[in-house]
Design a protein around this ligand. Structure first.
Ligand SMILES: Nc1ncnc2c1ncn2[C@@H]1O[C@H](COP(=O)(O)OP(=O)(O)OP(=O)(O)O)[C@@H](O)[C@H]1O
Ligand SMILES: [Mg+2]
Length: 333
C-alpha cells in the first residue's frame, strides 16, 4: 500500500512555553512508525503538518491511505484539520474522523455526552470568565484543567484544590495562560487506569493498564501530571510510576472498566483506535476522565503500545492492525 504518514514534529524553541510542543511526536516515534509500515511491506512518505503546501501535496500525490497521528496546527479543532483536508480530497485515513477528533478535544462537551449515555464521569463545571459562582453540588477536592488541551498540559499538583481561594486562583491562571475555559471537576482519589481499544477485525479491548504513583514521594506528584508525562521514568525527580498490565483488578471490576471504555469509544464515534483514561473511586466505580482518539504511539514510552504488547502484539503488528482496520472500512464504504 502507498501510505503517507502525517505528523507534527516535536521541536525545541526556548522562546515558546515549556509545554508548547508536548502534544507533538518525537523523531524516534516518527521513525518507528515509518519502519513498522515498511516492515509490513508498505511504501511510506512522511509529511509534517507544518508543510506549507500540505493541501497541494495531497492533491498531486495520490496515496492509498494516510496514517494520521497529526495534532494539527492551531485552535480548538486542530486535531480535525488534517482529516478535514483529506475528506475534502476524498483520501482515506486511519483513526477517527473530524467530528470525533474535535469533540474529544473539548472535555466538557464530551462529558455531557458521557453523562447522557449514563457513563460515569466526574461531576464538573466549566468556567469561562473566572468569576462564575461555584456550583454547590461540587465537593472538594477539585481539579482544574484547561478544557481543550492534551498531554496533561496545564495540569500539575497545584491544580488539585481544597478550597475556593485556591480554586479561583487556578481557574483564572488557566484561563489567562491557555486562553480557553477551565474545566473544574471532582478529584477522584483511587486507581489510575487507561484502556486501549483497537478495532482489529472486530472491536477489541486491550489488557487494562494500571499506573501506580504511590512510589513518587520525591516529587509528590500522585497523578499523571504534565511533569509526570514529560519526564516519565526519571527516578531522581520521583517521576517514575509503576505500570501494571494487565491491571491488578478483580474480574468483575475489570469487565466493568472495559465496558465503560468501549461505550465511551462508541459514544464519541471513535474509529480504529482510542485510549480512555479512567479513575476508580473508593466504591470501584470507573469514572471516565477523557478519551484520546490519537493516543501516543512511542514504542517505548507511550501507554497504548504497552497495552498492545501485553496482548501479545509486536509494535509492527499494532501499526499494521490500525492500517488494516482503516482499509477494511474503506473497502466497505
Ligand atoms: N477528575 C480527576 N480526578 C483524579 N485525577 C484526575 C482527574 N482529572 C485528571 N486527573 C489526573 O490528571 C491526568 C491528566 O488529565 P486528563 O487525562 O484529563 O488530561 P489530558 O491532558 O487530556 O491527558 P492526556 O495526556 O491523556 O491527553 C489524569 O491522567 C489523572 O491522573
Ligand atoms: Mg489523559
Amino acid at each position: 500500500m502507498k501510505v503517507a504518514l502525517t505528523y507534527n514534529l516535536k521541536k525545541k524553541d526556548p522562546l515558546k512555553p515549556e509545554d508548547y510542543f508536548s502534544e507533538c511526536d518525537s523523531e524516534e516515534t516518527i521513525n518507528s512508525l515509518i519502519n513498522a509500515l515498511k516492515n509490513k511491506g508498505h511504501s511510506v512518505e512522511a509529511i509534517d503538518v507544518e508543510h506549507p503546501a500540505l493541501f497541494s501535496y495531497f492533491k498531486k500525490n495520490r496515496v492509498d491511505m494516510v496514517f494520521n497521528i497529526a495534532e494539527g496546527r492551531q485552535g480548538r479543532f486542530r486535531e480535525s484539520e488534517v482529516p478535514a483536508v483529506l475528506d475534502y480530497l476524498n483520501i482515506p485515513y486511519t483513526g477517527s474522523a473530524t467530528f470525533s477528533l474535535a469533540l474529544a478535544l473539548n472535555k466538557a462537551l464530551t462529558k455531557k455526552i458521557l453523562k447522557a449515555e449514563n457513563i460515569p464521569t466526574p461531576d464538573f463545571q466549566l468556567f469561562v470568565r473566572g468569576d462564575e459562582i461555584l456550583s454547590p453540588e461540587l465537593a472538594f477536592p477539585l481539579i482544574v484543567k484547561p478544557n481543550c488541551e492534551g498531554s496533561a498540559k496545564g495540569i500539575n499538583k497545584m491544580n488539585v484544590v481544597n478550597n475556593k481561594e485556591e480554586l479561583f486562583a487556578r481557574v483564572r491562571e488557566c484561563i489567562n495562560i491557555y486562553r480557553q475555559g477551565a474545566l473544574v471537576e471532582e478529584f477522584i482519589e483511587g486507581k489510575e487506569l487507561t484502556v486501549g481499544i483497537l478495532e482489529n477485525g472486530k472491536t477489541r479491548v486491550l489488557p487494562i493498564l494500571e499506573i501506580d504513583f504511590s512510589n513518587c514521594k520525591k516529587s509528590g506528584e500522585y497523578f499523571y501530571s504534565w511533569k509526570m508525562k514529560e519526564f516519565q521514568g526519571n527516578t531522581e525527580l520521583g517521576l517514575a510510576p509503576e505500570f501494571y498490565c494487565p491491571a491488578r483488578l478483580d474480574k468483575d471490576i475489570e469487565e466493568k472498566v472495559k465496558d465503560v471504555a468501549l461505550r465511551t469509544h462508541h459514544a464519541v464515534g471513535c474509529l480504529d483506535i482510542s485510549r480512555t483514561d479512567i479513575r476508580l473511586d473508593k466504591n470501584n466505580t470507573p469514572y471516565v476522565l477523557e478519551i484520546n482518539p490519537l493516543p501516543g504511539l512511542d514504542p517505548k514510552e507511550s501507554n497504548f503500545p504497552i497495552m498492545a504488547y501485553a496482548a501479545g502484539m509486536k509494535y509492527d503488528d499494532l501499526i499494521e492492525a490500525i492500517l488494516m482496520s482503516a482499509s477494511e472500512r474503506k473497502r466497505l464504504n
